[in-house]
Design a protein around this ligand. Structure first.
Ligand code: F6P
Length: 744
């Protein structure tokens, strides 16, 4: 409508102006004609009255004169008549206008002196009158008085008003006809064809090929339609060809690489793109507080580390919470953008949550409820009804955001983590044909622990909307099956490793997540020079360097790690001045009190230990508390003699795998908590119980003093494991399992 107005507005203005000018001209000519008529009438009446009056006035017969002027009383429009004597005094006047005689009228004196008649408009009370004055002459031609006739002009203005009303009606009708015709023409020639083109393209996008009927259009639009059809056709042909070539290539390769995963996804999912859902987005646009500019940041997140390479390889869409300060500035009208920025390998769709929703769903239920519930770290979970309400609402919002993107046939939706336990069921209810998998990136507790959650049934029911639920390790799969078996009505099939509830079967499998080992292992001059810079900046030359990289989270065992460093230096003072621990700590979930308090406790502990052991310019702990990009972290892996991962409980822990992949061919050691999923695969690490500070301190010493040959051998064997079981294999296993389920 706005667009129609835009181009018809000038037309409306021109028509209005034209008709107004014509109207003014016509009204003026009618007015002149009516005034002429009136003047003529007035003159005739005045002349006949003057003729009769001249004799009466000469005789001074006021009785006959009054009879004469009263005879006008009965005439329409003619208000009255006044006779003036030679001095301009009223000689006789029609009673109806008797007050008119008192009015001071200089034009009467002028007419008596000059003997010239005069006509003009005058006001009388509320009336508008036409007055015509004619001098009365005696037989010898001398002026003996004057006669004035006055007419009511109301009928004249009424006639003009009627005329204006007619002109306005014509104008409004004309404008309405123009607007209606424009809207109809615009709809027929522009809106409807575009709407059909949009629907046509929507069917193409969603793979509804049977609904792609040929599109008929004319003129310029036909050219656009033809171009769109050509692009769509080429895309379909290209996708099909790529899919069959991909089948061939997969057969010829052993190791899982980005290219091989790409081929697998093409071959198995074909034209159906992959849809990933997570809370944390892979690219965040944040306002830099120092400069006021905007930075694109990759968050410290296991999910991002694992899933980003997969979507880079396969394309598809990642749907996540747009929670960063400048996120809204970088999306299109459908809240989407191509990422990585400038490379556009896949689509990121941002879902917007209100502050209230974010507080309840993310900080509250997900991270003060489910997170401590699933990690055995003796932090009490908090369950609030208001948080649960927001959690449900956020899951519903994500369901809407996902469903509106899904293609027509058999889409694949891959959901990440504990933020979305209700989402699988919500999607399945609306799209039963979708294959839905959820990967749980944290541990799953035993049934006794899980049973304290007040919303246990809703959560399990939501998750069992999945076709596949994945965990890092078999132990968590077993816990999940036990939990379902004990807490809800269902049948657990121990043979098929699945849960069956109301005819619906959900398979449960272990898929140990990993990293892109090739990418991390690739040497580069940039990394080498960065390592040198860091060594100089922190005076690390000649020192034994241990490194820790974590989000500041109570599950990561950061305090225990520093206590172990403290104990190690107490027991082994010969390492004072020779050993440095560099800790990178990314602030995380800082609105939650336990995280806030933990951060302050770590600060205090670092100060205390550094004060206790420091000598000259040396202090044992270098603590860098800020967000580091993956590129900034990479050199720390390259310079570390030891990497310490001391989680009190962890689903997998990708820092351990990143270090193994990035450490290179050096004598370096991984000290790894037994309570991480990674400890099951990285058995050549020095395994520790982080709760035992004595054992931990001993492990640090063992790591330092291990012979270089053994360090290399262990690292090499772990590198081979990570490189073989890389993130592409992880994703390939999930895609293979999903497509196999689909066939079943
Ligand atoms: O590893 C568990 C996990 O929740 C991941 O899913 C997530 O990427 C990471 O922790 C970081 O957490 P957050 O997104 O809350 O900062």
């Amino acid at each position: 409508m706005k667009r129609v107005l835009l181009y018809i507005l000038p037309l409306l203005v021109i028509v209005t102006a034209g008709l107004t000018v014509l109207g003014v001209l016509q009204v003026r000519s009618v007015r002149e004609r009516l005034m002429d008529d009136l003047a003529r009438k007035a003159r005739t009446v005045a002349e006949s009255t003057a003729f009769a009056a001249s004799d009466l006035m000469a005789r001074g017969d006021s009785v006959a004169a009054n009879r004469l002027v009263e005879s006008f009383q009965r005439r329409e429009q003619l208000q009255g008549c006044v006779l003036f004597d030679r001095q301009g005094r009223v000689f006789a006047i029609t009673e109806r206008v008797s007050a008119w005689g008192d009015k001071d009228k200089p034009y009467i004196r002028t007419a008596l002196v000059t003997g010239v008649p005069r006509g003009g408009l005058e006001r009388y009370g509320n009336l508008s009158l036409y007055s015509y004055v004619l001098p009365v002459e005696s037989e010898d031609g001398a002026v003996v008085g004057a006669v004035e006739v006055v007419y009511d002009t109301a009928y004249l203005f009424d006639t003009l008003a009627v005329l204006w009303r007619r002109i306005s009606i014509v104008l409004i009708s004309l404008l309405s006809i123009i607007v209606i015709i424009s809207i109809v023409v615009e709809r027929q020639t522009y809106v409807l064809p575009l709407r059909r083109l949009t629907a046509w393209f929507g069917h193409f996008q969603r793979g509804e090929l049977d609904r792609l009927t040929p599109f008929r259009a004319r003129g310029e639009l036909a050219k656009l339609v033809s171009e769109v059809e050509q692009i769509a056709l080429s895309l379909r042909v290209a996708r099909r060809a790529a899919s069959s070539e991909a089948q061939e290539r997969i057969r010829g390769e052993d190791r899982w690489t980005e290219a091989k995963l790409h081929d697998l996804v093409l071959a198995r999912l074909g034209e159906n793109a992959l849809f990933v859902v997570s809370n944390r987005e892979p690219y965040m646009h944040v306002v830099d507080e120092a400069s006021g500019g905007v930075r694109c940041v990759r968050p410290a997140s296991g999910v991002v580390t694992a899933i980003d390479p997969i979507l880079r390889a396969c394309g598809g869409m990642w749907i996540a919470h747009g929670g960063a300060s400048a996120d809204r500035k970088f999306v299109n009208s459908r809240s989407k953008l191509g990422v990585p920025p400038g490379d556009d390998r896949y689509i990121l769709k941002r879902v917007w949550l209100t502050k209230e929703e974010e507080a309840g769903y993310y900080y509250g239920f997900s991270n003060e409820g489910l997170w401590p519930l699933c990690h055995v770290t003796h932090t009490r979970p908090v369950f609030r009804e208001s948080d649960w309400r927001m959690y449900r609402r956020a899951n519903e919002k994500f369901a809407d955001a996902v469903v509106e993107e899904l293609p027509a046939r058999a889409p694949f939706v891959f959901i990440q983590d504990y933020h979305f336990t209700l989402l699988p069921r919500l999607i399945k209810e609306r799209r039963p044909d979708a294959t839905v998998a959820l990967f749980w990136h944290i541990p799953w507790p035993n049934p006794e622990v899980f049973a304290i959650c007040p919303y246990q049934h809703e959560i399990l029911d939501g998750m069992l909307g999945c076709d596949l639920v994945g965990f890092h390790v078999q132990y968590h799969c077993n816990n999940f099956l036990d939990t379902a078996n004990r807490l809800i009505e269902c049948r657990v099939d121990a043979e098929r490793f699945s849960v069956v509830q109301a005819q619906k079967e959900t398979f449960v499998r272990a898929f140990p997540i990993s990293v892109d080992a090739d990418l991390l292992g690739a040497a580069s001059p940039d990394v080498e020079s960065e390592i040198e810079r860091i060594r100089r900046e922190f005076a690390l030359e000649g020192k034994i360097v241990a490194v820790g990289v974590d989000r500041i989270d109570y599950t990561k065992g950061i305090k225990e790690r520093f206590l172990a460093v403290d104990r190690f230096l107490e027991k082994n003072p010969e390492y004072r001045g020779r050993f440095v621990f560099v800790q990178i700590g990314a602030p995380s979930r800082t609105h939650i009190k336990s995280y806030h308090d933990l951060s302050a406790e770590i600060d205090e502990l670092v100060q205390k230990i550094n004060w206790k052991h420091s000598e000259d310019s040396w202090a044992p702990i270098i603590y860098q508390k800020r967000h580091f990009t993956p590129e900034e972290i990479r050199p720390y892996y390259g310079l570390a003699d030891i990497c310490v991962v001391s989680s009190l409980h962890d689903g997998m822990n990708l820092v351990a795998k990143e270090f193994v992949a990035a450490a290179g061919d050096r004598p370096a050691v991984l000290v790894l908590s037994r309570f991480t999923g990674a400890a099951r695969e990285l058995a050549d690490a020095v395994l520790v119980n982080p709760y035992s500070i004595e054992e931990f301190a001993g492990a640090i010493r063992a790591a330092i003093e291990m012979p270089d040959g053994e360090k290399r051998k262990r690292l090499e064997s772990m590198r081979a494991a990570v490189s073989d079981n890389n993130v592409y294999r992880w994703a390939a296993n999930i895609v293979t399992e999903l497509t196999a389920l689909k066939k079943e």
